[in-house]
Design a protein around this ligand. Structure first.
Ligand SMILES: Cc1ncc(COP(=O)(O)O)c(C=O)c1O
Length: 428
């Protein structure tokens, strides 16, 4: 019996692109069952920002398990939860002068998005949520309604969503906030005042689209003026991915609600939190309930992650430096291969190289995997190579991965040129 092919649902996806049998992971390396090493530029879609099985986090988890620390307990007060809240307050919120209550929602990203929308609707008494083109917020009913991609959306997903053009969607010279402002101020625009606007400040699944700081400012200002809540979905680009702990820090805005998940536990363990501006915490006890709210094991690794990586600016500085290395490398490569065929976008340590066709991106990712590098694709049709290594990847591994990527791109560009050659050589 072949366990995956014979028994697992057709819905499986990443394993089709990275088709091997994996056994172990350490830092930026995954090992297959035969011990072959693969460099990781994927980071499990941003859920292992500090690499696989970071040593100190593992030690804390082993100590906790060895001591029979409580694992299940719904939202009981536990030592593990208290330590996490303290560390998050002391090292994340207080230094940034942020005042939020913490709600531990269900453990997945989509659960925290569902909770944020539910709270915004309850608080405002309104139904419509504004979301952006190319946004991705998860696969459950409400989150899917907010998601832009036609292939992922379903006929039954939440219909009370108003779609706005993201920054850059209508070209670099159009400020799409002009459109939103017009809709909000024109009594005949047909837009029901939204309960909230939800966005990623860097759209990852949507193709690594980076919102400009001044655009984010305008959005914050408009939402404030019109009493609309601003929800930042920092599930993929929070926890340091965009350079600082929160992706919105550079823009200096304060959202009303923030969704965090993926790398929060630092170990790939499920854990999500919604940050709530205190005045908005209008829940009644138990109104947004669930069995796996606050995973105690994940609290243990999350606390250690915060203490190890976020007590000073070293990790952020390292992310900026590694990000510059990626940018320099990609720029040189795209010039070599014909800059008109590629576009480079990114921030911190999340970068996208848009190829002229989705087929090219997929083939390059396939060649990378053949040569021992995990790279995924993103964008409306998968046309963007998404480069997302661990935030603390050693310089040598980063360069090695970039070399594999370059080789794969050169090979694919050559193969495509050769495929066209007979056509070009045919006399008119
Ligand atoms: C920005 C964003 N929001 C929400 C989600 C959904 O998270 P999950 O897959 O854990 O439900 C994702 C997942 O990739 C994401 O990138």
């Amino acid at each position: 019996m072949q366990p995956f092919e014979d028994c697992e649902s057709q819905v499986r996806s990443y394993c089709r692109h990275f088709d091997d049998l994996f056994a172990r992971g350490k830092g930026s390396i995954l090992f297959n069952v035969d011990g072959r090493a693969f460099l990781d530029f994927w980071s499990s879609a941003g859920s292992v920002n500090y690499g696989h099985n970071p040593e100190r986090l593992k030690e804390r988890l082993l100590d906790y398990l060895q001591g029979d620390g409580l694992c299940a307990g719904l939202d009981l007060h536990t030592v593990a939860k208290a330590s996490f809240i303290q560390a998050f307050h002391d090292h994340i919120l207080r230094p940034r002068k942020l005042d939020y209550r913490l709600q531990f929602t269900g453990p997945t990203g989509t659960s925290v998005v569902e909770s944020a929308v539910k709270l915004a609707r309850k608080f405002t008494g309104r139904r419509v949520i504004a979301a952006f083109t190319n946004g991705f917020h998860g696969m459950s009913s409400t989150s899917l309604g907010l998601t832009g991609n036609r292939l992922q959306r379903q006929p039954w997903c939440d219909p009370h969503v108003f779609r706005l053009p993201y920054d850059g969607y209508l070209g670099p010279d159009t400020d799409t906030m002009d459109f939103f402002e017009k809709l909000l101020t024109d009594a005949s625009s047909g837009l029901d005042l939204p309960a909230a606007v939800i966005l990623e400040t860097v759209q990852c699944e949507g193709g690594i689209n980076v919102a400009r700081a001044q655009w984010l400012h305008r959005l914050r200002e408009l939402t404030r003026q019109h009493g609309i809540l601003l929800i930042v979905d920092d599930i993929q680009v929070g926890c340091g991915r965009a350079g600082r702990f929160f992706s919105f820090e550079d823009a200096g805005i304060k959202p009303d609600l923030v969704c965090l998940s993926k790398s929060l536990s630092g170990y790939g363990l499920p854990l999500s939190v919604m940050l709530i501006a205190p005045a908005l915490d209008v829940w009644s006890p138990g109104e947004d309930n669930g069995t796996f709210r606050g995973n105690n094991l994940a609290f243990v690794s999350a606390t250690e992650a915060i203490c190890q990586y976020w007590q000073d600016g070293c990790l952020s500085d390292g992310v900026q430096a590694r990000g510059r290395t990626v940018l320099v490398h990609l720029t040189a490569l795209s010039r070599e291969l014909g800059a008109q065929h590629f576009s480079i976008r990114g921030k911190g340590l999340v970068w996208g190289l848009e190829c002229h066709t989705p087929q090219m991106a997929r083939k390059v990712a396939g060649r990378c995997f053949r040569d021992g590098l995990l790279v995924e694709t993103a964008g409306c049709s998968g046309q963007v190579l998404k480069i997302m290594p661990a935030l603390n990847i050693p310089e040598a591994s980063l360069l090695e991965g970039l070399d594999i990527l370059s080789r794969a791109l050169r090979e694919e560009a050559y193969a495509q040129a050769m495929a066209l050659a007979p056509v070009l050589a045919t006399p008119a």
